[in-house]
Design a protein around this ligand. Structure first.
Ligand SMILES: CC(C)(COP(=O)(O)OP(=O)(O)OC[C@H]1O[C@@H](n2cnc3c(N)ncnc32)[C@H](O)[C@@H]1OP(=O)(O)O)[C@@H](O)C(=O)NCCC(=O)NCCS
Length: 329
């Protein structure tokens, strides 16, 4: 099938990406996110995902950039993801060119889209952020180890939990079993303030979603495992994990993402341990675990994860996920 050209500007021709472009896209994606790039794994599913647009830019035949948008929030918002420019052409404003093109294309194809949202793993400073509204910052903790170290690490965390629960009492965390239970939990009007949700949204991996029924289809596609605080009618905590997926790191590793919402430290420790424990049989080879959370939890969770044998390495540097929004004119 021929590529569908969707426009031209600044010496670049823009196309809707196809499965056949995979190798060209991978060729510009070396070492992105220090080997933690999700795109090699997600590219093909992006080709068929409802509401998703993936645009590539070529100069002549050479692929020089890619950006993708996913229309969410009942058609009002586009989430921007996957931005990348080929290494030789970085620093020449190509990211700006493709972003402007994709903004215009989305507006043309989805005229109801009013805002674009994105998350970034780096803080480019106030000057660059001026163009956006900064809705939230989430803290991130990263762990890295192999399957054996990971198993011992999880056992260690379970022991620490038992000790802490003997002192402080146990806090119940329950799995969310079905869609009705999830709806009852998510669509409680004071949930965003009670859990201090980032920008009032939930962020799954790097995708911010408003608490809207239409977004449940998107969440359902992600095959998430949810746990919530089961202590009463007004739960204080919610968490989910995305199934571990392959990443290029060290010639082939796994990435495991846990998203925590709420500020209760005991529940956060329990949720973290529960998520890690529930995937330990799936872990083979090296794994990177990235845990996103409210900033107030970071110090306690880091301390909780510190162990003497260091089989699982902990990133000592705190890093953040920035949640940004911009009006799409
Ligand atoms: C980040 C990357 C896409 C920037 O591309 P670039 O063409 O070298 O960007 P430049 O530094 O020349 O900046 C030009 C424009 O891109 C924007 N930009 C740069 N980095 C960006 C980022 N991470 N997210 C969004 N916009 C970015 C700048 O704000 C600027 O916009 P303007 O022209 O409207 O003012 C490129 O370095 C890359 O491919 N890195 C590896 C992949 C990656 O880290 N992607 C980030 C995803 S958040």
């Amino acid at each position: 099938m021929d590529s569908q050209c969707v426009g031209e500007t600044d010496g670049l021709t823009f196309f809707l990406a196809k499965s056949e472009d995979y190798d060209d896209v991978m060729a510009i994606s070396q070492d992105i996110y220090s080997g933690n790039d999700y795109l090699p794994h997600r590219y093909h599913s992006w080709m068929t995902e409802p509401g998703r647009v993936v645009i590539i830019a070529r100069r002549g035949r050479k692929l020089v950039a890619l950006e993708s948008g996913l229309v969410v929030d009942g058609g009002e918002t586009v989430i921007i993801e996957g931005l990348r420019v080929c290494p030789k052409e970085r620093g020449c404003s190509i990211a700006g060119v493709i972003q402007r093109f994709v903004d215009g294309y989305i507006k043309k194809v989805y005229p109801n889209v009013k805002t674009k949202r994105l998350t970034r793993r780096d803080d480019p400073g106030p000057e660059k952020l001026r163009k956006f509204t900064l809705l939230a910052r989430r803290a991130a903790l990263s762990l890295q180890g192999d399957s054996e170290g990971f198993n011992r690490f999880v056992s260690d965390l379970k022991e620490k939990l038992v000790v802490s629960e003997e002192t402080n009492g146990s806090c119940p965390l329950v799995p969310v079993k079905n869609l009705d239970a999830l709806k009852a939990f998510l669509f409680d009007s004071d949930l965003p303030s009670r859990l201090q949700l980032p920008g009032g949204a939930i962020i799954q991996d790097c995708q911010p979603l408003k608490l809207m029924e239409s977004n449940l289809h998107i969440l359902a596609r992600r095959n998430l495992t949810w746990f919530v605080d089961g202590s009463g009618k007004k739960p204080l905590f919610m968490s989910f994990h995305t199934p571990p997926y392959p990443i290029p790191y060290n010639g082939g590793s796994l990435c495991f993402i846990i998203d925590l919402f709420g500020t209760d430290t005991s529940l956060a420790k329990k949720a973290l341990t529960t998520h890690l424990n529930s995937v330990k049989s799936e872990i083979q080879g090296l794994v990177w675990v990235h845990i996103f959370m409210h900033q107030t939890l970071w110090k306690d969770l880091k301390q909780f994860c510190e162990s003497h044998d260091m089989e699982v390495k902990l990133s000592h540097k705190s890093w953040e996920q920035l949640f940004l929004e911009k009006e799409l004119l």
